[in-house]
Design a binder for this molecule. Structure first.
Ligand code: SF4
Ligand code: SF4
Length: 442
């Protein structure tokens, strides 16, 4: 099997053995869900319901007129009991709707979507928006925006991202081997919506069952589709690295995949779209991984959005030992959590419970270049780190600091334990702040 990849990158232990063989379990509907009014990249939503209103499962409960936004739907039937600031896994606190489950199970479903290939792409993009679809790989960018190339930009290739390169996470893998048919239905909708001529499904070679399963199924699709086995390497699931690996095309600095005629979506996004096409359910649930050495029973769970982390920990049997660090997402790019009261949001791919803080004594740079060799964006992390330390932000900008995707590969390989990613993140934030204020020389 010929394996494609990109230059740079690292090979951290995958730790996927905790959950890779665990079938997806459906998490029972909780007694209440907490739904922040911002779960996507874009404009915050306004509630369409008020305290005391009864809602049905699948009912749209929040929306906004902005183009870059995705509406929110009720994951269960019940009563809106609160609209107030609540824990948010990325934003600290944010206004959220709390719905108390009334056990009635009342639902509101859309009609199934027939004749996908004869549908007008503009109709499909609006249909995707109405389903509240966002990228489920973590970025939560609204899917209808992603499949709307601006005029003058032709999309020839659609890539389904099944790399799942973050350690511990196996939710995409389980969805690929347990729900392949709905993923391919979603792929048909997405390809039709953006006008691509062909599709690729990129999967790391440590997920052989998924590769073999899709290989058999893609022959029946109405457009050419190739399953592409990828080398298991971090960050293979990053969009730009996936495009290089599969098509050999480089997204220009500051550019987007559509600048090279490509759209990339995560396999779970396609599953959610396919599920809405087949069953009429908008995005109200997703599959997540709960893993890490501190958790008694690591699992892959299909959970209603808004489920609170403490309920999930209880479901997994609690701790083997109290975690020193809880991360939403994987340990490389995930976000540390300070409360078990955070809810699952659309961009939650999982929670990892770690016994080690991985904080090590820092030493001076020995100029070994390992960080440079590891950087998938071909940056000079050691130089950018120094610019950050000395607050040389014009220089950092000139050395493409904004192209850093904060993958953490440079910090991971540094034998001197220098927190390069942290330093670069600070420089990026400052460059962006000054650019907005017009303080950096163009
Ligand atoms: S965090 Fe940024 S600088 Fe470091 S390896 Fe990743 S892309 Fe390169
Ligand atoms: S990996 Fe660390 S020690 Fe080596 S050049 Fe980069 S910053 Fe210096």
């Amino acid at each position: 099997m010929k394996l494609r990849t990109f230059s740079g990158g690292i090979h951290p232990p995958t730790f996927k053995e905790f959950t890779a063989t665990k079938p997806i379990k459906e998490f029972p509907l909780p007694s209440q869900v907490v739904l922040p009014l911002l779960q996507h990249t874009g404009a915050p939503l306004s509630p369409l319901v008020k305290k005391g209103d009864r809602v049905r499962r699948g009912q749209k409960i929040a929306d906004v007129e902005a183009f870059i936004a995705a509406p929110l739907h009720a994951p269960l039937a019940g009563t809106v009991v609160r609209i107030e600031d609540s824990f948010h896994p990325l934003l600290g606190k944010f206004p959220a709707l709390t719905i108390e489950n009334d056990g009635s199970g009342e639902e509101e479903r859309k009609d199934p979507l027939y004749g996908i290939e004869s549908k007008d792409p503009a109709f499909l993009r609006e249909w995707i928006r109405e389903g509240g679809m966002v990228g489920l790989g973590g970025a939560a960018f609204p899917t209808h925006v992603k499949v709307s190339p601006p005029s003058g930009k032709k999309i020839d290739s659609f890539i389904l991202n099944g790399a799942e390169c973050e350690p511990y996470l196996t939710c995409d893998y389980r969805v690929m081997i347990e729900r392949p048919s709905a993923i391919l239905t979603g792929l048909r909708v997405l390809v039709r919506a953006c006008g691509a001529e062909r599709a690729f499904i990129g999967i790391e070679e440590n997920k052989i069952e998924a590769i073999e399963g899709f290989d058999k199924l893609v022959k029946d699709l109405p457009f050419p589709t190739q399953v592409v086995p990828l080398l298991t390497k971090y960050p293979q699931g990053s969009e730009k690295q996936l495009i290089v690996a599969i098509l050999g095309r480089e997204v220009p600095p500051g550019g987007l995949p559509l600048d090279v005629g490509v759209i990339v979506n995560n396999v779970q996004t396609a599953w959610a779209v396919g599920r809405m096409a087949e069953e009429g359910l908008p995005l109200i649930e997703r599959v997540i991984t709960l893993s890490g050495e501190c958790l008694k029973n690591p699992e892959n769970l299909q959970v209603p959005l808004g489920t609170v982390l403490s309920d999930l920990v209880d479901f997994c049997g609690g701790w083997v030992e109290a975690p020193k660090k809880v991360v939403m997402g994987g340990p490389m790019m995930g976000v540390a959590q300070t409360s078990l009261q955070v809810p699952v949001v659309k961009g939650t791919s999982g929670f990892v419970f770690l016994s080690n803080l991985y904080e090590k004594k820092e030493y001076p740079c020995i100029r070994c270049r390992r960080c440079i060799d590891a950087c998938p964006m071909r940056l000079f992390p050691t130089t950018l780190g120094k610019f950050s330390e000395y607050q040389a932000f014009d220089e950092a900008r000139n050395h493409r600091v904004l192209d850093c995707m904060e993958c953490g590969a440079c910090s991971y390989v540094c034998p001197s334990n220098i927190s390069l990613t942290h330093l670069i993140r600070l420089a990026k934030a400052e460059v962006m702040r000054r650019s907005r204020g017009g303080e950096i020389n163009e």
